[in-house]
Design a binder for this molecule. Structure first.
Ligand code: HC0
Ligand code: SF4
Length: 508
């Protein structure tokens, strides 16, 4: 299916790159019809983005069903004010047609209202009747308690989105002001989840290379940093569990590291720490409640200790600033705290659909060959952009050809899983992010357009790639603070200590 062209020529996202010197990367956008055969690229050009083809890509669904989704009162991520609900059915549209959750009743035994916690309905609801569960009070209380050390971590996607609330043009990177704002409302330390994204890559890329070399390992490995995707798989495709990377998400790794490594280095009693994650995501509120994410408790033998205590969305964080009358635009930039504050460009691109896999193959290439990745791997163009399913083929010396794929929106994840079950999937590594665009358009981001639009997504995506390109260090394995944690605390990727603190398991 690949068309071969000369080294260095980029045609388009649907074009292919072919290199004579041992490395080739090919990329295609696939149009997939259910679990059937891939369509040709020409047919895919007719449109198979994150939406089903019968809808256009601007986000204006023809509403087919009036009514509303059910929300469990115990849902840790979303809630609804029924007084505001106008029964327009937009939440059903996004849940059913983009995420293929509502109305997909092939369920195992769990007796629950089905929700994968992605929070996309909070973006589609025209009256903001559906919102995230408000956890701001927990954070105010921690900040007011003199016995607590309150530590924030900030996800990759927030810094290119929160500026929307303060008059910055869409896609402005306000990282320094975001850190300053957290200090202004009283956080004692500010860590960067991007640092933990580099740590995730060290573990995940090591795991991937290990599996590539092991003929008994599952053929495909899935990335697992999106908790909505993890929950979706546990509900609908539990047979995929062996294919899952066991590496925790960056949020979860950071949580474990703050109460162990960081606490030890800074001489802080871990039981005094309140660990707050600021995320673009409603599902991260759910992730932090997962029982198995209690590595610090195991490490310190302190049952009940949680790796992450509270997750705030970008919107909640912004609300807190407004309550304190803090204008983000007027703050002087501040830096993250050291030890857990430096990130490579690879850590930054996690925010975009395709970013996790691109970061992973940069380091996997190095781990497999001992050589730094060439430019075509460093900028893996075929996995950029808003197409629902993207594909690339790498030629890694010593390993051979490796096909990879990226899905955004759970409707597209479903197609990938159905293809795997039908024996039609050639991919060794697959990234899935539940939200179209990835976390830059997560369920906790500012409602800068309702429903969310691709023009907003594109600006944020562009901003993230621009940061990556501007970084001196763009590879996770070259991050000096990541090298330091392995030298001084973890040993090496997949070590016993790393397995205890940085890896997890899944529950069908
Ligand atoms: Fe994401 Fe993440 S990239 S899921 O969207 O992997 O929420 O921004 O923080 O954990 O890093 C969200 C964003 C993260 C995590 C990272 C991953
Ligand atoms: Fe959360 Fe990102 Fe997954 Fe959306 S894609 S549910 S924001 S982790």
């Amino acid at each position: 299916m690949a068309e071969k062209v000369k080294k260095g020529i980029t045609l388009s996202r649907r074009s292919f790159l072919k290199f004579a010197g041992g490395l080739s990367v090919t990329g295609a956008v696939l149009g997939l019809a259910g679990c059937g055969k891939p369509l040709t690229p020409e047919k895919a050009a007719g449109g198979d983005g994150w939406l089903p083809t019968q809808y256009d890509n601007r986000g204006d669904f023809p509403t087919q069903v009036k009514g509303r989704i059910s929300i469990d009162p115990k849902n840790p991520s979303i809630t609804r004010d029924d007084q505001k609900c106008i029964l327009c059915g937009q939440c059903i549209e996004v849940c059913q047609n983009v995420q293929t959750v509502y109305g997909y009743y092939k369920l195992p035994i769990k007796n629950e209202t089905i929700c994968v916690n992605c929070g996309q309905c909070t973006h589609w609801c025209p009256t903001a009747a559906i919102t995230e569960v408000d956890d701001t009070q927990k954070v105010w209380e921690a900040l007011a308690d003199p016995d607590k050390i309150v530590i924030a971590q900030t996800a990759p996607a927030i810094r290119v989105a929160i500026g929307d609330d303060y008059g910055f043009p869409i896609g402005t990177n306000v990282e320094g002001k975001m850190v300053a704002a957290l200090r202004e409302i009283g956080f004692d330390y500010v860590a960067d989840t991007n640092w933990a994204a580099d740590l995730t890559i060290m573990e995940e890329a090591s795991e991937h290379v290990h599996r590539l070399k092991d003929p008994t390992a599952p053929y495909t490995m899935f990335t697992t940093c999106c908790p909505a995707w993890v929950k979706f798989m546990e509900y609908y495709y539990p047979e995929m569990i062996p294919k899952y990377s066991t590496s925790k998400s960056p949020q979860a790794m950071m949580g474990a590291m703050i109460k162990t490594y960081f606490a030890e280095k800074k001489g802080i009693d871990p039981s005094k720490i309140v660990s707050v994650a600021v995320m673009p995501c409603a599902a991260k509120k759910y992730e932090c409640t997962r029982e198995e994410l209690n590595s610090a408790a195991k490490y310190h033998n302190k049952p009940g200790m949680r790796d992450i205590d509270v997750v705030l969305t970008t919107r909640e964080f912004s609300e807190m600033l407004k309550m304190k009358k803090i204008d983000l635009a007027k703050l002087q930039d501040s830096d993250f705290d050291n030890l857990v504050g430096e990130a490579s460009g690879a850590g930054y691109i996690f925010a975009n659909s395709g970013g996790v896999i691109e970061a992973a193959v940069r380091t996997a290439y190095f781990l497999a060959t001992g050589e730094q990745p060439p430019a075509v791997v460093l900028d893996l163009q075929p996995v950029h952009g808003l197409q629902g399913i993207k594909e690339a083929t790498l030629e890694i010396p010593g390993i051979g050809e490796e096909k990879i794929a990226v899905a955004q929106g759970l409707n597209n994840a479903r197609k990938i899983c159905d293809m795997i079950n039908a024996g039609q999937a050639p991919w060794r590594l697959v990234e899935v992010m539940a939200c179209p665009g990835g976390c830059i358009s997560g369920g906790g981001q500012p409602r800068s357009s309702v429903p969310p639009q691709d023009r907003v997504r594109e600006k944020r995506i562009e901003a993230v790639y621009k940061i990556d390109k501007s970084m001196r260090i763009r590879l996770s394995h070259e991050n000096p603070e990541i090298k330091k944690i392995y030298t001084e605390f973890l040993g090496q990727p997949l070590s016993e200590e790393a397995e205890l603190l940085l890896h997890t398991h899944y529950v069908p």
